[in-house]
Design a protein around this ligand. Sequence first.
Ligand code: A2P
Length: 285
Amino acid sequence: APPSVALNNGLQMPLLGLGTYKLRGPEEVLAAVDAALAAGYRAFDSAAVYRNEADLGRALKQLLPKYGLTRKDVFITSKLGPKDQGEKAMEGALHSLSQLDLNYIDLYLIHWPGTQGLPVADHRNPGNRAQSWATLEELHGQGKLKALGVSNYTPAHMRELMSSCRVPPAVLQVEFHPRLCQAELRSVCDESGVCFQAYSSLGKGELLSDPLILEVAERYKRTPAQVLLRWAVQQGIPVLPKSSNPERIEENSRIFDFELSRTDMERLSSLDCGQKFCWDPSQVA
Ligand code: A2P
């Protein structure tokens, strides 16, 4: 079994998953999934907005037998798009299931606290989030979504959800790397039993040339990407590196056979400066 964490509903989620943002088209997705399965990845992170759910579903169907695997051996995540937030949530989630051509999705997240087409500060945003969550709870009850979660939520969005949900979120997926250590969100998650999951651990590739990361990588005879991913998983935080390149997909999987010293972990964490390479949800009402 791949290294994994236990979610608050008992499900095991692998610490390493393939991010599929910007993977597009049957050939590119097939090649990436093939490289990932060969390297030992057992989790795949998609989303309605990535428009690759159908390609991912087909790639898995085609490739699982090649590795002696079945559906239950892989952990599939997808996400409800901002255009389906609110009254279209049922349609959106069922569309993900049919695009992936799966009977169930392991983890389904609300991708973004806002609603497409509404101003960020619009007072209807909270109501739409609540309606989406209630819809996901219903599908969870039917066994179609095994675990539920959210992405890009701020501490305020998390507290709102925790105080109103029937099924508590299992996962919060946000941008996380040494320049964005997310202390407040991490303590909200720790206090409420939510698994904190990282995206863009490489800072969209921008952190690969950071002088401190390069220096640490050289000393451990590892690559900068491996150091950044190791820094997260060594804290028990699941990662989702995205790559379309088979060599880099393999490189990003070799993070469980070395350990960063406590000093180096702390030196990396001291880069924390709140820098976001992705979107900032802090203005979403
Ligand atoms: P590519 O798909 O060409 O490999 P993040 O996950 O932080 O958003 O970063 C993803 C970006 O980092 C992508 O542009 C990806 O490009 C690049 N990338 C992923 N893994 C590596 C690696 N091991 N070395 C260098 N670049 C990488």
